[in-house]
Design a protein around this ligand. Sequence first.
Ligand SMILES: Cc1cc2nc3c(=O)[nH]c(=O)nc-3n(C[C@H](O)[C@H](O)[C@H](O)COP(=O)(O)OP(=O)(O)OC[C@H]3O[C@@H](n4cnc5c(N)ncnc54)[C@H](O)[C@@H]3O)c2cc1C
Length: 454
Amino acid sequence: MASKIPTICSNRVSDKAKQYLDTVAKFVQEECIPADAVFDAQVGVGDARWEGHPHIIEELKAKAQKLGLWNLFLPKGHYKESPGFSNLEYGLMAEWMGRSRTASEACNCAAPDTGNMEVLAKYGNDAQKEQWLRPLMEGKIRSAFLMTEPQVASSDARNITMDIRREGNEYVLNGQKWWSSGAGDPRCSIYIVMGKTDGNNKDPYRQQSVVLVPADTPGITVHRMLSVYGFDDAPHGHGHLTFTNVRVPVSNIVLGEGRGFEIIQGRLGPGRIHHAMRTIGAAERAVDWLLMRINDPSKTPFGKKLREHGVIMEWVARSRIEIDASRMLVLNAAITMDEQGPKAALSQIAEAKVMVPNMALTVIDRAVQAFGGAGVCQDTPLAGMWANIRTLRLADGPDEVHLAQMGRNENKRGEAVAKQIKWQLAKSEQMLKERGLTKAEPGTRIKHRTQSRL
Ligand SMILES: Cc1cc2nc3c(=O)[nH]c(=O)nc-3n(C[C@H](O)[C@H](O)[C@H](O)COP(=O)(O)OP(=O)(O)OC[C@H]3O[C@@H](n4cnc5c(N)ncnc54)[C@H](O)[C@@H]3O)c2cc1C
């Protein structure tokens, strides 16, 4: 199975990681994918959708722990309980997990807990780690990250308005949050909340702070759960919450006042790579379903199996090319993170963040199309996968924000390249002149030769 590791990075994957990769692949294929249907069947109906969580998850967690497939995402050298894998190695494992709805949580590698655990591991103090990181790492509780607000354009985090005011030994929080993923789950015990402690600070990147707020703190109201193209993602869910005079001890601040931007930047790098690799796994699964449908002997539109219609093979081939090319991009970002640190990998991470969901949406859409009406309903995992992945063009920053930044970075060499091209043109001119030549104009030359022959 490990032979599936792309040749370009196989020498960077340890023997231990290769062995784990095989175990993850087998666990996902044989345990998690079949369990996805049980998960759906065990989610309650009506309000009960938010009152418990499917028991199958606990069964899978126990199996994963027995296999040693636990907290695989924590990069080596980062935290003493890390199982010791690089971002590259974990990325390859995350790809397998992305094929199943239940696999990431079964291995305690699900968002947003992974990003939240990294925040606590990287920036939390000992007491915060003991109180929140430990139970998260043990898979006993879940968490949510609360940044986005309904009343402002939150893709620019400077706009965040949640008021965090110090009163004596407490912070008092007031404001609204939405798209708080995970807030629907009754196990979600801790909110990592970004807000403003110093709205007057001249530096707009020092106004924000991150505070830990237990989910049962008085003053928090979960108004409603938001749907994604009609899917409610229960029991995880995406909450719309109000904070009214919510009080927490000052010791709940992470890192210190004004450090919010630093924390969200540190949180998003690895998280984006994890999402990208899981998304590649989802695209692979869509191709599996596409292949199943096009070889189905009972479906013969216009007297032929789908695979015998020319355009379909082109879909298969294009999907393979696009997935493989996207994987290279993500693995390159992971290697850059491993070898030079997350800051050095920012542009590679942004490339993957934009390219991979768009690629996966195209691939899933081909599979949907091949299934006809069945493709858009609940009879295949494709419709749910499409809705889920469509949100990745928004979550963790919309495409346009990353593209604007990447465009600006690329354009930094705009003046220099213009200068170089002009210099090269001038030198060509001079070289032609030295040789008594004029610039080749293909059309006129042919005409000239024809005329001379006559
Ligand atoms: C399923 C899902 C889960 C989410 N989970 C979480 C979560 O757990 N925690 C959390 O805090 N947030 C979460 N979010 C919120 C997400 O991060 C935001 O929706 C996103 O950052 C965009 O912010 P906004 O919705 O306020 O849109 P806005 O900031 O209002 O942006 C709207 C649109 O404006 C355009 N735009 C913005 N900037 C530019 C630019 N520079 N150039 C050109 N166009 C631009 C983009 O097209 C963008 O989509 C989630 C969202 C979804 C859909």
